[in-house]
Design a binder for this molecule. Structure first.
Ligand code: SF4
Ligand code: SF4
Length: 378
């Protein structure tokens, strides 16, 4: 069992926005918001489960819906989670991901106290799908709140969606995050079922998405003072080491990630939310029962590693990509866009005398020397 487990607590499925691409737009999970008692049972369950499986630490992601709708309640609920973990010798840490429209000064205390002054935000700059229920876009409100939070000394990192509307604005997106010293990961809208028609301009093709990633990478590598971006650095490290640093490239993520929803449902991670993917219930099962259950293995067996991955040079870094994509769609949705992008990054590395997986087996000093050489030449 991994030393760290990562647990998303979906405290509420309510959201003040109605984004057109929300992965929860077809949300079937039972219930809509955890009571305080349920949140405490969720965190007690997590702490006891972590102890049962021999994990040393838990990273909690406070999620939704929109988690800042519960900002007042989270202050003491996270205290409870810390006490539950500490009583069992488990180290707890916390993060959150918000749509930033409620990232107002009254939430800064929570962010400073429990999230180390850091908050993850979702944005789709220059694109109109992140909307209030009436249809008005929320980007201006979110950007105003982010700027105020940064001025108040908080740090923000973003996931920015690429759609057909902002495909031509990659340089502006780069500048936006560079000016604010914000890390960003570019993402794309995920079809929520195999028969999702994908006719909307919110969807970009594999080639279009890869082109956006490549353009961003080229802006970064050609910038004399490159933007702060750990996402690119992690990818480069993963390609050199052949060991994934994020769940999307992790083998057997189902063993390390969990998501707990209102009504008690347990999912393999926050991206799963349909009844067929429920793997347990924190209100009706004990942590020991859940730990003994083979539900996670059965879920993973429904989405095995595709045969083509065994022949792929990126297998050590990619591991067949996201389990949920394979589960929902039957194939690794981001495979082609990743390969197109990574081929470009590997060519850039080769131009610097480096090659795929060359850091394997090297000493820490040798690794440092090679990484310095790569980035100094930038
Ligand atoms: S299913 Fe996908 S999103 Fe969920 S933990 Fe695994 S790789 Fe990450
Ligand atoms: S890049 Fe595609 S083929 Fe290669 S391991 Fe990943 S999902 Fe499989």
């Amino acid at each position: 069992m991994p030393l760290n487990i990562y647990v998303t607590i979906k405290t509420t499925l309510r959201c003040n926005l109605a984004c057109k691409y929300c992965y929860g737009r077809d949300n079937h999970a039972a219930g809509s918001e955890m009571t305080d008692v349920e949140v405490k049972r969720a965190t007690d369950f997590t702490a006891e489960y972590a102890k049962t499986v021999g994990a040393r630490s838990v990273t909690f992601c406070w999620h939704g819906g929109e988690p800042l709708l519960m900002a007042d309640r989270l202050l003491s609920l996270i205290d409870h989670a810390n006490a539950a973990c500490s009583a069992r010798g488990i180290k707890a840490s916390h993060g959150t991901q918000t749509n930033a429209t409620l990232l107002i000064p009254s939430t800064y205390g929570l962010i400073r106290k429990h999230f180390g002054g850091y908050v993850g935000v979702s944005l789709d700059l220059y694109s109109p799908y992140r909307t209030y229920p009436g249809g008005r876009t929320s980007t201006d409100v979110a950007v105003g709140n982010i700027d105020r939070a940064l001025s108040a000394g908080l740090q923000c990192g973003a996931i920015n969606l690429i759609t057909k509307d902002n495909l031509g604005r990659v340089a502006d997106i780069y500048d936006f995050y560079k000016q604010r010293k914000m890390n960003v990961r570019l993402a794309r809208v995920f079809p929520i079922s195999a028969d999702d028609a994908m006719q909307s301009p919110m969807y970009v093709s594999d080639e279009e998405f890869a082109a956006a990633l490549i353009e961003y990478f080229d802006l970064w590598t050609s910038d004399p003072q490159p933007a702060y971006n750990t996402d690119i650095v992690k990818l480069v490290a993963d390609l050199l080491l052949g060991s994934p640093s994020i769940c999307l490239r992790e083998a057997e993520c189902h063993k390390r990630y969990l998501a707990l929803s209102p009504g008690g449902d347990i999912f393999s991670c926050a991206e799963f939310d349909t009844p067929d993917a429920v793997i347990g219930n924190f209100l009706t099962q004990s942590p020991t029962e859940f730990a003994r259950s083979d539900a996670r293995e059965r879920l993973a067996a429904c989405a095995p590693l595709p045969g083509k991955c065994r022949e792929c040079r990126y297998l050590p870094t990619c591991n067949g990509s996201c389990l949920r994509e394979r589960y929902v769609l039957g194939y690794p949705y981001r495979c082609l866009s990743n390969r197109l992008y990574w081929d470009h990054v590997v060519a850039w590395l080769e131009d610097r005398g480096c090659s795929l997986y060359m850091l394997r087996g090297k000493s820490p000093a040798e690794k440092r020397e090679i990484i310095d050489r790569i980035f100094k030449k930038q």
